[in-house]
Design a protein around this ligand. Structure first.
Ligand SMILES: *[C@@H]1O[C@H](CO)[C@@H](O)[C@H](O)[C@H]1NC(C)=O
Ligand SMILES: *[C@@H]1O[C@H](CO)[C@@H](O)[C@H](O)[C@H]1NC(C)=O
Length: 586
């Protein structure tokens, strides 16, 4: 080989090396444009005052705390409602429940779905983030609690079911946990029927006595009226008995795998282990393609079922044990992410559907939650404790670590955030109330874009928050709030605080708080102060603008839509004898 040739060769080599280098430099860019995985954790009824990194020093939550250490902790993260079904509908759609008919009604406790066999639920024409991400090629799964309905017209349509709302995998309960799901606990739904049952039993008893006396002494002819009363009260008696006591665990406590019922009634003992197993399996199945996994815990809702390993471990009885178990479950699932080398390409989010339950359950009033310094709790739509929840996001390399953001953000923000990250678009034909969180989290902007937030209790506007960016002040005005028994901080004796009627206070003039300096909402501003007269009109105008965007939509949680309909009862077997155990049979 001549020298010149060699030089040309070396020159080619240099060009080749340069090209490789350029390609090499391009590689990380390609990696970042790859779609991220989304892993969402939602606790049920967990309060903001019950996690280590939010200031609880007696409950151990090392795994959640680690997420905050490696990511961003939101300290003013607000749920759209203070009870399950409405809050969850808003989370999945990015829209206030009042827009989707999922707001509920405070009369007769119809604020959440009460039956698997109800016809209400998340309307089919609403778009969840799962639906958008699925269209973008994501594998979409939900494990755990749904509580947004099953069927609407017929048994085999599953119109409200997760699989009809963009998820291609479901393993969990279509309903919520109730005390009836745990045989050792006093019934919860049964309580509502106790009085009716007692009245009916008396009618029944008196009728029987009348009939016997009549037969013996022939006082009057047995008329058809007596027979009809007898038959009617007898039927009602048995109906209440079935609904209230006997069939409750079968009708409401069931577990599904996709569209199939696999356990009826469900066995709570096995659930923590199975949820971890299914979540890990989902992550392993999808390690090579983008996925969205929503782990919607049954913890820490009553009856606080906790496995043996965690019972008696915490300083807060079964309640604390249950939280510590949930934290451990999160650790187990995160292990799968790390193990599959997905940590840097997965956005992880942790939240709770609303504030902690303060009233405590019948039979175990000491098992109640804490919302830290915030007033109020679950069921109280306007008070901070009902709606301010933990919010943590971790995405190493993309989001800063160990960062705290105190700007108002909403659970509804997850909708535009993850749809945008997945390459999709929020629907354009409707109002989406959530805001994309990424610019705020990455530090590109200073504010979330939520200038006003509307805090509903069922269909009643209880309070409004205003983030006045010019003075960096958070104002909150209360129009309606629950009336507590003297000196109490919750509606003891009731299952939930009502949203309207005699047991609430209508504030005239409305109460105005400076939440920035008074986060516990203790000292309202004098209504004759100059500040009050400046702030209130701005908020009133915002309400008028908000009201102009509302339309009448079918009510999903009210009236017949929230009644038990036998023909819609998901049933594994022959109705009314619904039972099976398909996954644990040897
Ligand atoms: C921690 O949580 C428990 C359970 O809700 C509660 O009783 C306790 O007061 C909380 N501690 C703090 C410091 O908030
Ligand atoms: C869904 O359908 C209901 C009933 O027809 C309608 O009122 C509502 O506006 C629709 N929602 C959307 C987002 O299209």
């Amino acid at each position: 080989m001549r020298w010149g040739e060699n030089r040309t060769h070396r020159c080619y080599m240099a060009i080749l090396a340069f090209l490789l280098l350029v390609l090499g430099l391009c590689e990380p860019n390609e990696a970042t444009s790859q779609k991220p995985n989304i892993l969402l954790f939602m606790a049920d009824d967990l309060g903001i005052g019950e996690i280590g990194c939010y200031g609880n020093y007696t409950i151990r939550t090392p795994n959640i705390d680690r997420l905050a250490l490696e990511g961003v902790k939101l300290t003013q993260h607000i749920s759209a409602a203070s009870v399950c079904s409405p809050s969850r509908s808003a989370f999945l759609t990015g829209r206030y429940p009042i827009r989707t008919g999922m707001n509920g009604h405070d009369n007769g406790g119809k604020r959440v779905l009460l039956w698997n066999a109800a016809s209400g639920g998340l309307p089919t024409n609403e778009t969840t983030f799962a639906k958008v991400l699925k269209e973008q090629g994501y594998s979409t799964g939900i494990i755990g609690k749904w509580h947004l309905g099953v069927n609407c017209n017929s048994m085999d349509y599953f119109c409200h079911h997760p699989l009809n709302h963009g998820f291609d995998f479901f393993y969990g309960i279509p309903f919520t946990l109730v005390n009836e799901c745990e045989p050792s606990r006093p019934g919860e739904i049964a309580v509502e029927y106790k009085e009716k049952l007692w009245f009916d039993a008396q009618v029944f008893f008196i009728t029987v006595l009348t009939l016997i006396a009549n037969k013996k002494w022939k006082l009057i002819d047995i008329t058809w009226t007596v027979i009809v009363i007898f038959a009617l009260s007898g039927t009602l008696f048995f109906m209440y008995w079935f609904i209230a006591f006997a069939f409750q665990p079968y009708w409401n406590c069931l577990f599904m795998r996709n569209l199939e019922i696999v356990e009826q009634p469900m066995d709570l003992k096995t659930k923590s282990g199975q949820i971890i197993k299914e979540a890990k399996a989902f992550i392993n199945r999808n390690e090579d393609k983008p996925f969205l996994l929503f782990v919607s815990f049954l913890h820490i809702h009553t009856p606080h079922y906790t496995t043996k390993e965690f019972r008696g471990r915490s300083k807060h009885d079964l309640y604390g044990d249950n939280i510590e178990e949930m934290d451990w479950m999160i650790g187990q699932i995160l292990e799968s992410i790390d193990h599959n080398n997905l940590k840097n390409n997965t956005l992880i989010y942790f939240t709770s559907d609303h504030g902690a339950y303060l009233e405590g359950m019948e039979g175990s009033p000491h098992l109640k939650g804490s919302n830290g310094i915030y007033r109020g709790g679950k069921g109280m739509g306007g008070l901070e404790g009902g709606i301010r929840v933990p919010g943590i996001l971790r995405w190493p390399g993309r989001l800063p670590a160990n960062t705290v953001i105190d700007k108002p953000t909403s659970l509804m923000d997850i909708f535009p955030t993850v749809t945008n990250l997945g390459g999709g678009m929020p629907p354009k034909d409707r109002i989406v109330d959530g805001k994309d969180l990424m610019p705020l989290l990455e530090g590109h902007v200073l504010n979330s874009g939520h200038e006003f937030m509307f805090h509903y209790c069922a269909g009643h506007l209880h309070a409004v928050r205003w983030h006045q960016t010019s003075s960096e002040t958070i104002w909150k005005v209360h129009y309606i709030s629950p009336k507590f028994p003297e000196g109490a901080g919750a509606c003891y004796g009731l299952k939930l605080c009502p949203c309207s009627g005699e047991k609430v206070i209508y504030h005239v003039p409305p109460l105005l708080y400076n939440l920035s300096s008074d986060p516990s909402e203790k000292n309202p501003l004098p209504s004759d102060s100059e500040l009050y007269s400046k702030v209130l009109p701005t908020i009133q105008k915002a309400i008028a603008r908000h009201n102009a965007t509302l339309h009448k939509v079918p009510q999903q949680l009210y009236g017949l839509n929230n009644a038990w309909k036998p023909w819609l009862q998901p049933c594994c077997g022959t109705f009314p004898f619904c039972w099976c155990n398909k996954e644990n049979d040897p």
